[in-house]
Design a protein around this ligand. Structure first.
Ligand code: FAD
Ligand code: FES
Length: 266
């Protein structure tokens, strides 16, 4: 659905990272964790293409949803300058979100940097469903550990890592994940890894999940044009269950894929 939704809150929560709340009862009602919105960032014809942003959080009672984004270029810079009360032109919710199998008792959520954007809504949803969550969040340094207070309020099992050692585990979040998997004897039948972040990180998460025999799902990113499955501008190389390689579209087949489905580094 296409909707005009007014900006009702806006905060720069870290340098160049914005949390924007918009009022859209309809999108909020239908949104599922892991889905995204295609956002017209400017008010005029430029830029032509919408920008994909994950649905960070929804408040169905108030009909409000939030977007968490880093200023990465022209489009997100324009978006960061939109004012309270202005309407955002949104298309969504789009794509396939996380599909948590019934029987899942524990979710291991692994976020790298802005990867927290599609995972916070998931964590909220899992807590509501009574599924135990362990949230591992990594960032380059302490002030890039985003939305930590909200995550702490959601789960007592939050562990953080920083590349520069300024907070939490000193090192990569995937090293933290590896330690966690070695320490905890997780039941592969009732545990699910859910992850989002830089692609190199996701590749490592996939290899650890395979090594420890835990199923998982990851949220992938590609530059997008149509966002509707028509232009093939957003494909990732995947393999089917029969191990046949094929391209799949992030906008309609994803953005969330099974870990073993994605072919990394080719
Ligand atoms: C399904 C999906 C969900 C996303 N959710 C979020 C989110 O919640 N928060 C957030 O901050 N970002 C998110 N992104 C990434 C976001 O869409 C891009 O950062 C944004 O489109 C950049 O637009 P721009 O005009 O500011 O920058 P551009 O000028 O278009 O690009 C700036 C730089 O970012 C690179 N870039 C642009 N788009 C992508 C992309 N999709 N993947 C990797 N690199 C890219 C460009 O190659 C360039 O180097 C998501 C992407 C996808 C596909
Ligand atoms: S953006 Fe056009 S097919 Fe995905």
């Amino acid at each position: 659905m296409q909707q005009k939704a007014p900006v009702i809150t806006k905060e720069e929560i870290a340098a160049g990272v914005f949390l924007v709340g918009v009022k859209s009862p309809q999108i909020t009602m239908h949104a599922q964790p892991g889905q995204f919105l295609h956002v017209r960032v400017g008010q005029g014809p430029e830029p032509l293409l919408r920008r994909p942003l994950s649905i960070f959080q929804v408040d169905r009672k108030r009909g409000v949803l939030s977007l968490l984004f880093r200023v990465a270029g022209k489009g997100t810079n324009l978006l960061s300058r939109r004012r309270l009360g202005e309407d955002l032109d949104l298309v969504g919710p789009l794509g396939q979100g996380f599909d948590v199998p019934s029987g899942t008792r524990t979710a291991l959520i692994v976020a790298g940097g802005l990867g927290v954007a599609p995972l916070f809504f998931l964590a909220q949803d899992l807590v509501r469903r009574g599924i135990s969550i362990h949230f591992l969040m990594g960032a380059r340094c302490q002030d890039q550990l985003l939305c930590r207070d909200q995550l702490q309020a959601l789960s007592s099992h939050l562990q953080v890592s920083t590349d520069d050692g300024s907070d939490g585990f000193p090192g990569l979040v995937t090293q933290l994940l590896e330690e966690f998997l070695r320490r905890e004897n997780l039941d592969s039948g009732s545990t699910l890894i859910c992850s989002a972040g830089p692609e190199a990180m996701l590749a490592k998460v996939a290899s650890l999940a395979c090594q420890f025999g835990i199923p998982g799902q990851i949220s992938m990113e590609r530059n997008m044009a149509c966002g509707l499955g028509a232009c093939l501008g957003c494909v990732v190389l995947c393999r089917s269950r029969e191990r046949v390689q094929t391209y799949r579209r992030v906008c309609v087949d994803g953005p969330v894929f099974r870990l073993e489905e994605v072919v990394f580094g080719e």
